[in-house]
Design a protein around this ligand. Structure first.
Ligand code: FES
Length: 108
């Protein structure tokens, strides 16, 4: 697979997420300052969309029951082990946000 253009950079507001669908997978795009994060949009607790949560720096809080996840790791901030939410490679090319689902950033 390769990078796919999924949104324009100016569609991503500061402090909120944007859900896009890529190959049938809901992916949340999050803009934190100059960084863009792409993470599976499904909260592992009960499946609510994390893109509708609130951002505090690089931590998103699920709108349903308040669990928090670090966009830089996919883990809950207080639990750095277990299974992280899948994160994907993302880049900006000429004002467009591109995501490559084949490049999981969680693999170690
Ligand atoms: S669905 Fe996200 S905390 Fe419950």
């Amino acid at each position: 697979m390769a990078y796919q253009r999924v949104a324009r950079l100016d569609q991503l507001p500061e402090g909120r997420g944007l859900c896009v669908q890529i190959d049938g997978i809901d992916v949340g795009l999050f803009r934190v300052g100059d960084e863009i994060h792409a993470m599976e949009n499904r909260c592992p607790h009960a499946g609510d969309p994390l893109s509708e949560g609130s951002l505090d720096g690089s931590v998103v809080q699920c709108p349903a029951h308040g669990l928090k996840f670090d966009l830089r790791t996919g883990f809950r901030p207080e639990h750095g082990d277990g299974f992280p939410i899948p994160r994907f490679a993302v880049r900006v090319v000429e004002g467009s946000v591109e995501v490559d689902l084949a490049q999981s950033l969680n693999l170690r």
